[in-house]
Ligand binder design. Structure first.
Ligand SMILES: [Zn+2]
Length: 220
């Protein structure tokens, strides 16, 4: 687990965005071989409690604004939170489509969800695919490269916290990143809560009762 990222596999430059300037750190991970990117705001080296999002790539949600999942909204909310805080990092992880099954397989699960009413879990297992094969090692390696000492992780998924800790990253807190429930995403969110153990209190709240994420922070 101690593989570092080779200097030849990393490049960084300022990236001017609608949310201001981030340091864009592109890197090729020595283990999975994918090219990932960290967007860094402010001073994070040697710091504790750095606000961090590990975002799994979702082309349909992140790029095309699909509403069947909440990925695109979470990506925007995480970048907003980092910009508000003035420091933090978002690690955008490639190879994580459909929790790691790939883009073609993910769209295939959408057919089963639409035609047979299967949820996000059953539609994967029905075609013989695993439910979640994402590896967070690349995020741990880039956080180490960036010199982050501990993180406040923006996620609703307790598994992400333990996965990061397994790779030796200290997680000081988990910060919920709650996207409002809609008619389009309610089935997906419910399956994430009931079958994958995500902490999604907005599903129990009356519509509009929960505002922009993150709304509260839990020390661990
Ligand atoms: Zn998505």
């Amino acid at each position: 687990m101690d593989e570092g990222i080779d200097q030849k596999d990393i490049a960084e430059a300022d990236l001017r965005t609608r949310r201001g300037v981030f340091r864009a750190v592109a890197f090729r991970d020595p283990v999975d071989g994918h090219e990932h990117m960290a967007l860094v705001r402010g001073e994070v080296r040697g710091r504790d409690d750095v606000l961090v999002r590990m975002h799994s790539e979702c082309m349909t949600g992140d790029i095309f604004g699909a509403t069947r999942c909440e990925c695109g909204d979470q990506l925007g909310a995480a970048l907003d939170a980092i910009a508000r805080e003035g420091a933090g990092a978002l690690v955008y992880l490639r190879g994580h489509e459909g929790r790691g099954i790939g883009l073609v397989a993910k769209v295939r699960t959408h057919i089963l969800q639409d035609d047979q009413g299967l949820d996000t879990v059953d539609s994967a297992t029905a075609i013989g695919l695993p439910v979640d094969v994402r590896d967070y090692g690349p995020a741990a390696r880039i956080l180490r490269h960036l010199g982050v000492r501990s993180v406040r992780l923006m996620s609703n998924n307790p598994v992400k916290v333990s996965a990061l800790e397994t790779y030796g990253v200290a997680v000081a807190a988990r910060v919920p990143l709650l996207v409002p429930v809609s008619a389009d995403n309610v089935r997906y969110l419910t399956a994430k809560r009931d079958r994958l153990g995500h902490d999604l209190p907005q599903l129990d709240a009356p519509a509009g009762a929960l505002g922009e994420a993150p709304c509260r922070e839990a020390r661990r």
